[in-house]
Design a protein around this ligand. Sequence first.
Ligand code: ATP
Ligand code: MG
Length: 406
Amino acid sequence: MAFIADPNALPRVSAELFGLTMGKGIIREGNVDAALAVGEWPRDLDLLIVDVTGAADPVADAAALKTALPGGCLVVGVGSINDVALYRELLAVGFNDYLALPFAEGAVTRAIERAIDARERIGGAPASAHPAQRDAKPRTLSVIGARGGVGATTTAISIASMLGTRLGEEILLIDFDLHYGSMMLALDLEAIDALREALDQPDRIDALFIQQVAQKKSEYLYAMGAEEPPTSSFQARPHAAHDFLRSVHRRFRWVVVDVPRGDPALQRQLIEASTDILIVTDLSLPGVRDAMRLQQVIHDVAPQASLFVATGGAIDARRSAVKVADVERTLKRKVDVKLPTDPTSTLTAVNFGKPLPEATPNSPIVKALRPLVAGLESLSASGPAAPTKARAVSLFSRFKLPAKKK
Ligand SMILES: Nc1ncnc2c1ncn2[C@@H]1O[C@H](COP(=O)(O)OP(=O)(O)OP(=O)(O)O)[C@@H](O)[C@H]1O
Ligand SMILES: [Mg+2]
């Protein structure tokens, strides 16, 4: 909610509030006096922007207002006085920030993001567009195929669908393989060009953008993906993935990412920005080697993330030279999910253009994923699972781990 008296600031604050709250914010004309006249504040109000211009004693008014507001509500003052003493006094009475007019485009959004970050650092609840999610931290699960065609996309879609249904919460799937991603095809949704622009300029991502680009697949499932021409080159700028995810997390607490294998820079950025990571490998020598190399990258750049390993079912395990026990020995950890081969379910899902758990809820793939999905929600992102005890390796000893970064 915002109370703004300054006619020049009104449209700007209004636009930014709209972006921040997915259009749910309320803006009123008036200054802190109008805010003080409010008899009862909504108990779940978590943001108030208030204009202190014209107040006889802005600090006293701010203190009175702060007392009347719900405890967790972030308060950002704006006003015509550009004075550091006033700024400090407003902070001392509990305002989270103060912006002197006129301010630049994006200043309000940045101030609020800073306030949210500060609150999270001291252990408070993050702001969320969804009241039921108010107390929960944003989560990004990245699903990475160790090799091509191991079933990573099928798994990412299935997990997102099951998680949404389980939590009763909207989940966003993003296919970051801008050129060759297959997620939108699998879900029979349209690829969107704007994804690439958004990665170039994440500051531009607002409520309207997400509304246009995230396509609804089912009650709790949204998806976005691109289909850049094979001739176009794209290089993600540093921190693009982090900034992008941060913006979409304003709307979706849970994001499930289909990570591209062909772009190591973007892959690394996505790993860095993830709270949870799932490596899907097949039961082949190259698959296990690459799963091990990915595991090493994850240990190096995202040691805080929870790591899971799945063996894919695209190739029947009975026809594979490598066994699950070999994977566990090589990775020195348990395999969390053994996805069974189930061509009938995967075919049905593709034919209907639906997530596998919706098309074939009784598939053994769904059954195999259930414990992982249940665990995802209860897990505090406390780091990778404990490694299983290392034993002598035979064939796999030819894989050399790169020297660990100091
Ligand atoms: N458990 C499974 N049982 C049988 N077939 C499967 C299984 N998982 C995936 N498939 C099939 O294997 C093929 C590849 O699956 P998918 O696209 O999910 O893999 P991917 O690892 O994302 O591939 P890419 O490297 O192209 O991104 C698809 O035809 C899919 O239907
Ligand atoms: Mg894929």
